[in-house]
Design a protein around this ligand. Structure first.
Ligand code: ZN
Ligand code: ZN
Length: 125
């Protein structure tokens, strides 16, 4: 394997095993174990390539830098912890938003972000 292939594989593996969406900086820290010479520029470049190939997708929470997660997951939302700043996946969805969509409007999508403290941070406080 070339160095590039090895670094790319390490970054891909980070996304496959991640349980929450990650910023490029978090990807770098996690991938360093499998690719010690990895730098942030390579992480950005690889994320761009993986996104273009549809392997990962961007997660944008209001006022937050972009995060990335593996593409093709079932419908889900996010919980943003105000203490540690991590975004966690919330499986499933509560509702039928047609119920609150104004008459005559056509609903196409929705975004929900829950805010508060994750279980780790709630334990400490
Ligand atoms: Zn937290
Ligand atoms: Zn939903």
């Amino acid at each position: 394997m070339t160095r590039n292939t090895r670094q790319r594989a390490a970054i891909r593996r980070v996304f496959v095993t991640a349980e929450r969406p990650l910023t490029p900086q978090e990807v770098l820290s996690a991938a360093k174990a499998g690719a010690p010479r990895l730098g942030i520029a390579t992480v950005y470049r690889t994320i761009k390539a993986l996104a273009e190939q549809g392997e990962i997708c961007m997660v944008e929470l209001p006022g937050e830098p972009p995060r990335y997660e593996l593409a093709g997951k079932a419908h889900h939302h996010f919980f943003h912890c105000s203490e540690c700043g991590h975004a966690y996946v919330v499986d499933g969805c509560v509702g039928d938003f047609e119920l609150i969509t104004p008459e005559g409007f056509v609903l196409e999508r929705h975004e929900i972000v829950l805010y508060g403290k994750c279980s780790k941070c709630a334990d400490m406080g």
